[in-house]
Design a protein around this ligand. Structure first.
Ligand SMILES: [Zn+2]
Length: 377
């Protein structure tokens, strides 16, 4: 039963993730700043301190300048447990760390490898030069109105918030082109976990290992969305595909990833109907954004196998070419709003690159390999 509950919870979380992203995408797309495009990074300097001081006056919270810069020693068994807001800077991201977070010593090394691997496999950059970069997102909603990272600008690097849901409010991980927010029970300190009955009394909520697949999923969202906006089935599909692809390719080199490969149940959500040559294209074109009527969850699994098929057909450039063509054709799809005309254009891009019969062949491939054959309808 626990396993079942876990699976159901995972589905719920993924569904909520999509809903949360919807809100994030809307809210954050409107946030602009005149401090953009600077590849360098430093915590706010004296000018910004004044702003922080005024925030301190009204909130009683401390000056953001004084946050500790964390470095990790690379040893998995060693842990850094945060007692205040702090940050960790790497080549392609900055971790903006909440209090009560427990990071294993190899966290940054593994995350570096994950981001490199996503870039390599997808053939796109985590920090594309052709987009605008803004100040770190105002995530004060998570901190009772206080913004710990006010005036921070990390240039082209990905700001990755690591949050502790200490109240708890049921926060979940999400991502936009501007940032990644990770709420992982595996990263809460034991002390905070054991102080919250909802967590302490439900140990099945936590893995025996740090499940990086959630981070792989969200970081993939940030990287792909920094490069082009595309539909929900494409966005969730590539993120789910990368969870498995990155774990498989890094397991030999990183023991923390090998553990996931050995222990994780990579669960596939059911699809509304078994996929075959005649229905595959219609399933691709379906509306997955309508909360009331859509087959929530199906887009994750269907999209994952579609990308697995495309990778099998084309090898290394399977995603890069699609990304490039969507950009070249100026197809701009809002993740959270179903746009049938744009969806047809995206299907057209895939047909142009893989042949007019790509969806019928994909359907045949699913039947042959017994993928997407468990229907929930
Ligand atoms: Zn997602």
């Amino acid at each position: 039963m626990k396993r079942k509950a876990r699976k159901l919870t995972s589905l719920l979380l993924a569904t909520l993730c999509a809903g949360s992203m919807l809100l994030c995408a809307c809210d954050k797309a409107d946030q602009t700043s005149d401090q953009s495009g600077d590849p360098g990074f430093a915590p706010p300097s004296a000018d910004a301190t004044e702003t922080s001081d005024s925030a301190e006056a009204t909130t009683g919270k401390k000056d953001t300048n004084s946050y500790e810069k964390v470095t990790l020693d690379g040893v998995n068994e060693h842990h850094y447990i945060s007692t205040d807001f702090c940050y960790l800077e790497s080549e392609k991201y900055v971790l903006l760390i909440d209090k009560d977070i427990d990071l294993p010593g190899d966290f940054a090394v593994v995350l570096d490898a994950i981001i490199d691997e996503i870039e390599n496999q997808l053939g796109i950059s985590a920090m594309p030069g052709d987009r605008e970069y803004y100040n770190v997102t105002d995530n004060s909603v998570y901190f009772d109105g206080f913004n710990p990272w006010k005036d921070w600008n990390v240039g082209t690097k990905i700001p990755i918030f690591i949050l502790c849901d200490r109240q708890p409010k049921g926060w979940i991980s999400c991502a936009t082109a501007n940032d990644v927010t990770i709420v992982s029970y595996d990263l809460f300190s034991d002390e905070i976990w054991n102080s919250i009955p909802e967590f302490r009394d439900n140990p099945w909520r936590r893995d025996e290992y740090l499940d990086y697949t959630e981070i792989i999923h969200e970081v993939t969202h940030a990287i792909t969305r920094r490069n082009c906006n595309t539909s929900k089935i494409m966005t969730e599909g590539i993120a789910n595909y990368m969870e498995v692809a990155v774990v498989n390719s890094l397991a030999d080199k990183y023991p923390s990833i090998a553990e996931i490969k050995a222990k994780k149940d990579f669960y596939d959500y059911d699809v509304p109907e078994a996929v075959n040559a005649s229905n595959a294209e219609n399933i691709f074109l379906s509306d997955y954004s309508d909360v009331e009527h859509a087959d929530r969850g199906a887009e994750y699994t269907f999209g994952k196998y579609l990308f697995e098929y495309l990778h099998e057909q084309k090898g290394n450039d399977f995603y890069k070419d699609i990304n490039g063509k969507i950009k070249a054709d100026n197809i701009d799809y809002r993740y959270d709003e179903y746009d049938e005309a744009a969806m047809q254009k995206i299907a057209g891009v895939i047909k142009e690159l893989y042949g007019d019969d790509v969806f019928t062949k994909f359907g045949d491939w699913c039947v042959k390999n017994k993928y997407l054959q468990t229907a929930n309808g």
